[in-house]
Design a protein around this ligand. Sequence first.
Ligand code: ZN
Ligand code: ZN
Length: 341
Amino acid sequence: MATNKTMRAALLTQYGAPLEIKTIARPSPKVGEILVKIEASGVCFTDVHIARGDHASPNPLPLIMGHEGVGRVVEVGSPDGRFDVGDRVGIGYVYSACGHCRECHTGGENYCSDFDATGYSVSGCFAEYVCLRQDWAAAIPNNISPVEAAPLMCAGSAAYASLKKTDLKAGDTVAIFGLGGLGQYAIQIAKQSGIKVIAIDIDQQKLATAKALGADETVVANSDAIASIKALGGADGCINFAPVGATWPLMLAVCKPRAKLVLTAVPSEQLAFYAHELIERGLQVIGNSASNRQEMNELLQLAANGKIKGVISTRSLDEVNIAIADLQTGKAQGRTVLDFH
Ligand code: ZN
Ligand code: ZN
């Protein structure tokens, strides 16, 4: 139907080079797919990794990146499908997974060895239109704006899934390391669950924002940090959203026995430890990548109550390279969203 129509898209044509805005053919939904007109598309640090080539796509370029897309369904590939034209939907990093492996059957679709990643192995959301699999698109509650919803698709959902893996309950204390977008979401989600938050970063402005978002305590990540966090009672669980190895010895030092240390950000260096540090204190180190659909839906329900707000700056599609550069230099304080309106 829409095969001869066109759309504007930001194309990665060469690793390490700026994206190129081009007019290309608009995709057409196949059976089980929906065509979505993008309203807002979040920019994630994973996009930086892909664009630089240190997380290169398995497919030849060009590639449309972007895995925090929200928009309206404009065409359906199956007439009696899950969504109707006009519905607002979103997609995160997991575009779809095999659906029949052990991981997929047990809530671990984001760890399926055969999953497609939006804006990485299939076309993503830095474009006016994207085709999604209807079973994998998330319904966006009416009272969340597209710009607010977009970063929930990856950053918010990953923060939610990470916090869930700490197994903390009301009254417990979580230490959150790294207060960019994910850390900011994790603070608010933790407070919604009655968990006390100690927020740690090197950036004073990010610490101030963390406080404003509800963090009970903020600690500068300097040489006094371990003593400061211990003086606050230590942590029942830790989450690392800072893409540096420097937070690792801090996490080991400030957590209480049997704490869970959840690693979400990806430092480029190795993390070292002596086995006894984990063994004698019964610590667990857990990795978290993205989220499953259930976790995303739970977060969207929380956000629909107006309790989870992103620190968001908006750009146009034409400014996508500025948005990526700001992420790379650490200039972005929260999340950046391309606003298509
Ligand atoms: Zn992401
Ligand atoms: Zn699978």
